[in-house]
Write a protein that binds this ligand. Structure first.
Ligand code: LLP
Length: 460
């Protein structure tokens, strides 16, 4: 189902649409900020992407600042409507991490989830108030722990006992008391792809509730004088569409909280249910009504807490993908078209697995469009591939494109705001693309294009 506002935005009033063009719009405009001009040019956040490609070069990451802010506000108001001030939204910055994003998060009043000294330093240099940051990761090194404390990171999420002891030692050496949450695995299967499933008992993350290790961790944490246990965290997985998953996780977590309250008299102040809401990459995927899901979850949490006779802790969420994914688009320029009669047509572009590893890693599906003319008949099925020396460097199989597609044409890959720039690499010593932000009909560079000089700067 296409949101109505997308559909009505699909073309400008100057060109009425025939049925075929309407169908194209419906299929291609998979997010509110994707539209098409009457002449068939693809627009992103209302801007002509072929002009942006000409101006900034390709490959190019575009990000729509308005969309990011709108998502942040949607999360905040939905949570605040449900829980008043007893809630927090923390942007999981692994989804996309660069200074401008931390500035936006600070302006929108969100906290952030960080997982490395690199993310902490980026947030710090953006002026992000690190007291509002939550430090994740399943293996924080002693260096990370001391770096995070130096930077004033507000709260640590402890993943295992060794880490708890290491945080205790570092806090003790500073005469400080560090706030911590414990990451728990509630034993839930999120029904998403295996690589991003994290809530099951055999996960590498967190203390398992089922095995009794979670309870043992609570006892241990409460005995450590330089740690202040604030509550519990779980994250079941990513790209999750099922509503039941969050309800089940909430039940397990609240049951656990009631159990440790009865056993140790410990009252959890915080329940952090992680991130994971799914986004739409292709027209056949649903649009998840996140506010409705949160409202449903909130009602369930309140009811369940009443049934258990406990007061509901402050509720935290850590969305990553659903804040930035559809704010992103990647532009490429076609280099070569290779036809193998009876087999395949390869359309090679100037990017690939270095700027999008998700297809190779997870078999992720994307919408790839001929940016110059969405109304030209797409009469050839192509494999859109990258420029890396690796046969697996495929951006997407079975992409319908005009058979006239050739060198110099611009292709757009939609929904690339999450886990693209942040997972980009320099394989084959290919420089990473810049990130250009779109705002109010204008654009600016948030991350400049890497140069070959950047690539050799660390070599002795
Ligand atoms: N909180 C924790 C503890 C997490 O591990 C994650 C994601 C999030 C929050 C944010 O989840 P999101 O709302 O973005 O789904 N590279 C993979 C995704 C890995 C997700 C890892 N953790 C991908 O490209 O699909």
């Amino acid at each position: 189902m296409i949101p109505t506002e997308t559909f009505s935005d699909c073309v400008t009033a100057d060109a009425p649409l025939c049925e075929e063009k309407m169908r194209v719009c419906q299929n291609d405009c998979i997010a509110e900020n994707v539209s098409v001009r009457g002449d068939g040019t693809l627009l992103f956040a209302g801007q002509d992407v072929t002009e942006l490609a000409a101006r900034y070069g390709t490959p190019l990451y575009l990000m729509d600042e308005h969309q990011i802010r709108w998502r942040c506000r949607q999360y905040r108001t939905t949570l605040e409507d449900a829980f008043g001030t007893r809630c927090r939204v923390l942007y999981a910055s692994k989804a996309a991490s660069f200074k401008r994003l931390y500035e936006i998060m600070a302006e929108e009043g969100l906290g952030v989830d960080v997982v490395s000294a690199g993310e902490i330093e980026t947030a710090k240099r953006a002026g992000f108030p690190l007291g509002q940051a939550l430090f994740h990761s399943n293996n924080k090194t002693d260096f990370d722990i001391s770096f995070a404390m130096d930077a004033g990171v507000g709260c640590f999420v402890a993943d295992n006992l060794e880490e708890l002891y290491a945080v205790e030692r570092e806090a003790a050496s500073r005469g400080a008391v560090q706030d911590v949450l414990l990451r728990l695995t509630p034993g839930i299967d999120p029904h998403t792809y295996a690589a991003v499933s994290t809530g099951k008992v055999d996960s590498k993350f967190g203390f398992a509730i089922e095995t009794g290790q979670a309870q043992e961790a609570v006892r241990e944490t409460l005995s450590l004088p330089h740690l202040r246990l604030r509550g519990f965290h779980c994250h079941v997985g990513s790209q999750v569409f099922s509503a039941d998953v969050y309800i089940e996780a909430a039940d397990v977590m609240l049951g656990f909280i009631a159990g440790v309250q009865a056993k140790y008299g410990f009252i959890a102040e915080v329940l952090d249910l992680g991130g994971g809401f799914g986004v739409r990459y292709t027209a056949d995927q649903p649009v998840l009504d996140i506010p409705a899901r949160i409202a449903e979850l909130a009602a369930h949490l309140k009811k369940e807490a009443r049934t258990l006779g406990i007061s509901l802790p402050e509720i935290w969420l850590e969305p990553g993908r659903s804040i930035v994914a559809d704010a992103g688009m990647t532009l490429y320029t076609v280099g070569t078209v290779k036809r193998i009669p009876g087999y395949k047509t390869y359309v090679s572009v100037d990017g690939g697995m270095t700027d999008n590893i998700r297809t190779a890693l997870y078999g992720a599906k994307y919408t790839i469009l001929p940016a110059g003319d969405l109304f030209a008949p797409r009469d050839e099925i192509c494999s859109v591939v990258g420029r890396c020396c690796e046969s697996g460097d495929i951006l997407q199989e079975n992409v319908p494109l005009p058979s006239s597609t050739g060198r110099g044409d611009v292709l757009a890959c939609l929904t690339t705001g999450a886990y693209h720039y942040s997972m980009a690499s320099n394989y084959n010593r290919i420089p990473r693309p810049p990130v250009v932000m779109l705002r109010n009909g204008d654009s600016y560079i948030a991350v400049r294009r890497e140069t070959v000089d950047d690539l050799v700067r660390l070599d002795n």
